[in-house]
Design a protein around this ligand. Structure first.
Ligand code: URA
Length: 317
């Protein structure tokens, strides 16, 4: 006989199964066999054969002379995880998913016509953009969950600008772009070009961390990218490298796959733009092909900037 505790646990288990919409509880085949054995009538040796009670009636079992041996009850399965505990991929909030409609395309064909600023004017302008607008921004649903906004950093006169996707956890904690694992790889990529991160400028298309590091929602990109466009107009680099799909899609206003976009020069508002894979993608898909693709894209940038190629690459190109 199951104890009262066992019965209570089994009742809780049944309730949780029903809550998930299960009516019949599937048992693994081994449990089915064990359950059949447990409920089978054990007939002692020498007992009379079962008598039939007529058509349609099963034969009534004769009373055994000795009590049947105890058979262990089938083991209970541990309760299924609650739906709330199941791992879910990070998704934009429901209201953003429901209001999703095609976004207007932005025309980035015309070169900037605003005058080029001096180094001091650039620093001042970016500091004001950060203090007065970005840090105070509540234009999208990311502001309540951010710890810090992340403007970007580097040389305001840099010839090379890297644009990533969005701050991750470490960036949100520190207020600096690309300082986590992806940032370490980006620094290696920059070092491979013979530069360091102080000689380039690094920023993202959006300035606040999306919860769970999900991709930015289109509405968040629309709300935030005027800050990026102001930054690019201020810095006015010679070459832009977009890192990964969201940055490349926004800058080129396209939905094409990264495999087709990367490695091909574009012109963006009169600036040369090279799309390449995001360092996080390289870390996830650390294959010789992916690394070679990124290195080939960066070498094209080095040639454009007149940076010396390493001897082996120069011979190979
Ligand atoms: N850190 C950033 O700042 N941007 C990214 O896109 C990823 C990590």
């Amino acid at each position: 006989m199951p104890s009262p505790t066992d019965k209570a646990r089994f009742a809780v288990f049944l309730r949780s199964e029903r809550a998930m919409g299960l009516r019949a509880i599937p048992l693994p085949m081994r449990s089915v066999a064990a359950a059949r054995r447990a409920t089978a009538v054990v007939r002692p040796a020498g007992a009379a054969p079962m008598r039939s009670m007529g058509a349609g009636h099963p034969a009534a079992p004769p009373r055994p002379m000795t009590p049947p041996p105890r058979v262990a009850a089938p083991a209970m399965r541990p309760p299924a995880p609650r739906i709330a505990e199941m791992p879910m991929p990070p998704m934009p909030p429901l209201e953003l998913q429901m209001t999703r409609k095609p976004l207007p395309t932005i025309d980035f064909s015309q070169p900037f016509d605003a005058p080029l600023l001096s180094t001091e004017q650039k620093r001042l302008h970016l500091a004001q953009l950060d203090q007065q607008k970005i840090k105070a921004c509540t234009l999208c649903g990311l502001s309540p969950t951010r710890t810090n906004t992340v403007l970007g950093e580097g040389d305001v006169d840099a010839r090379l600008l890297f644009i990533g996707e969005a701050p991750g956890e470490t960036e949100d904690q520190t207020g600096r772009p690309f300082v986590g694992k992806a940032g370490q790889l980006l620094e290696k990529m920059i070092a491979g070009m013979g530069l360091n991160r102080e000689q380039v400028y690094i920023c993202n298309i959006i300035k606040c961390r999306p919860p769970g590091n999900r991709a930015p929602a289109p509405e968040e990109v629309v709300a935030c990218t005027p800050y990026l466009l102001d930054q690019v107009q201020t810095i006015r680099p010679q070459v832009i490298v977009t890192l990964g799909l969201p940055a490349t899609h926004f800058m080129l206003q396209t939905r094409e796959a990264m495999g087709r976009l990367r490695g091909v020069w574009r012109t963006w508002r009169g600036i040369r733009l090279m799309p390449t894979y995001h360092p996080s993608y390289v870390l996830r898909s650390y294959t010789p092909d992916v690394r070679a693709a990124v290195w080939s894209d960066l070498q094209k940038v080095m040639v454009e900037l007149g940076l010396p190629l390493p001897k082996r690459s120069a011979a190979a190109s």
